[in-house]
Design a binder for this molecule. Structure first.
Ligand SMILES: *Cc1c(COP(=O)(O)O)cnc(C)c1O
Ligand SMILES: [Zn+2]
Length: 463
């Protein structure tokens, strides 16, 4: 196996280490493990060797942007000095990462912020941030010579795994809660050739079952409990900082479901800080939907009773933002560490707040899937609560693509997403006409009129 460092220096060493402070048991990266065999704690991948200096790393990563090498084209593997895989030939990649960071003027004004930036992870090959972790997890599956890769999923992990498994030529099984996965996500998994197992019940049930099975069979489990997935996802924080020219924002805001993404960003920023790549860390805040908010409840509970730190799973979580409809998040300890270390916060937003925020993000010409919009809804609330100041530098992470759940979006704009009591504030219904020229002319005239009177701008300002 050749070392991966660009300058020919020996590749750094990594171990898997239990995150529990009273344990810290270490395991080699060649062991197929998801939790500590001593205490059941989650595992972190830890760098034990040296990496090049911050200056050298920044220059290496920038230079790779101009490279045509396969691994350099990936926004994940471009940062391979901080990744625990040394066998370059094994890498399974769809050129993930390299996602845009947008200035979102309307979303900013909706939140009453001077500016707001949106890091759009929905622009990954299968339309969600899951690809940035899956490229590493599926590569590791090959290295471990796994016979089958598997996951439980609300849809996006499944679509992502299905694609990477297809690239790797590995059989793949996905377990999804029957009737609770969007048509688009299901269609992806089917086309990529995965065995799609529809299970009665919810995501948490699928997760518990698959963990049990993976103890018995030589199956490689790639849910975010898998520490290699978190490694890939942490590179998004590196890419973001590079895009910001290493100027750290004040706040970073993410949606929280199984809490792997929040864990990964936390780890990424912690490592960048330790390596001297950045001089401070942003406050990392997590937003959940009211109906699926065990982590927010933990945060509240802990602020009242600081000696209490135990997540109480929710038995029957309910949100239309299906990607975060999770009651028993597996990575909560790691996400807690991210929020706590950076003095961030955890909050909830309502279904109507999510839906309206999603439409506002759409009006910026960006768009996202419902779960992603919790960020803008949450930021708006945090500005109202003065936890975020209007002049602060804020980045929100959009996790999935608008086309992941068109059913939701269609219903919002026709006013049928909720019971009639809840308004779609930014409803935009199709205009039905007979086809007569004068009828359509009237519509066009109205649109020109509105532009002249800037009434559309006002609609957003008044909110
Ligand atoms: C997976 C997913 C989430 C939740 O991320 P976690 O790591 O489970 O917290 C949010 N939004 C989208 C679109 C997702 O696919
Ligand atoms: Zn342990």
């Amino acid at each position: 196996m050749a070392p991966l460092n660009g300058d020919g220096s020996p590749a750094p060493q990594f171990v898997q280490r239990c995150i529990e402070s009273n344990c810290h048991q270490e395991y080699s990266t060649e062991q197929r493990l998801y939790v500590c065999t001593e205490c059941g704690g989650l595992l972190d991948i830890v760098l034990t060797g040296d990496i090049p200096s911050a200056t050298v790393l920044k220059a290496t990563w920038r230079d790779r942007r101009a490279s045509f090498e396969r691994v350099d084209r990936s926004g994940v593997w471009r940062f391979r000095e901080v990744l625990p895989i040394k066998d370059e030939a094994a890498i399974i990649s769809l050129q993930e990462g390299n996602t845009p960071l947008y200035d979102a003027r309307r979303s900013a004004s909706y939140c009453k912020l001077d500016s707001l930036r949106l890091k759009h992870q929905g622009c990954n090959p299968t339309g969600s941030f899951k690809d940035t972790g899956m490229t590493v997890a599926v590569t590791q599956a090959l290295i471990l010579q796994s016979k089958l890769v598997a996951c439980a999923s609300t849809g996006n992990t499944a679509a992502s795994l299905a694609a990477y498994a297809a690239r790797a030529g590995l059989p793949c099984a996905i377990m999804v809660p029957s009737g609770h996965v969007s048509a688009a996500k299901l269609a992806q998994s089917l086309d990529y050739g995965a065995a799609v197992i529809e299970v009665e019940g919810n995501f948490d049930g699928c997760m518990a079952t698959i963990r049990e099975i993976s103890e018995e069979l030589p199956v490689y489990l790639v849910n975010s409990i898998n520490p290699f997935r978190i490694e890939g996802q942490k590179t998004v924080a590196f890419e973001l900082m590079e895009q910001l020219q290493w100027q750290v924002p004040d706040h970073l805001v993410l949606p929280g479901g199984n809490l792997g993404n929040s864990s990964a960003f936390g780890k990424g920023f912690r490592e960048m800080f330790a390596a001297g790549l950045i001089d401070r860390q942003p406050r990392i805040s997590v937003v959940q939907a009211e109906g699926a908010s065990p982590f927010a409840k933990l945060y509240d509970e802990h602020s009242r009773h600081p000696d209490l730190l135990k997540l109480e799973p929710e038995r029957d979580p309910h949100t239309l933002a299906s990607a975060i409809n999770i009651g028993a998040p597996v990575s909560w300890q790691k996400a807690w560490r991210a929020v706590n270390e950076t003095t961030g916060t955890v909050l909830t937003v309502s279904e109507a707040e999510i839906a309206d925020a999603k439409a506002v993000i759409g009006r910026d010409g960006i768009g996202c899937e419902p779960a992603s919009a919790t960020t803008v809804a949450g930021i708006r609330k945090l500005v109202q609560q003065e936890i975020i100041k209007s002049g602060d530098d804020v980045v929100a992470v959009l996790t999935g693509h608008l086309l992941k759940d068109t059913d939701y979006t269609g219903k919002y704009h026709s006013g049928t997403l909720f019971a009639v009591a809840v308004e779609s504030r930014f409803r935009n219904e199709p205009i039905k006409v007979s086809g007569a020229v004068d009828e359509i002319t009237t519509v066009f005239r109205r649109l020109i009129d509105e532009r002249e009177h800037k009434s559309d701008e006002l609609a957003l300002q008044q909110t």
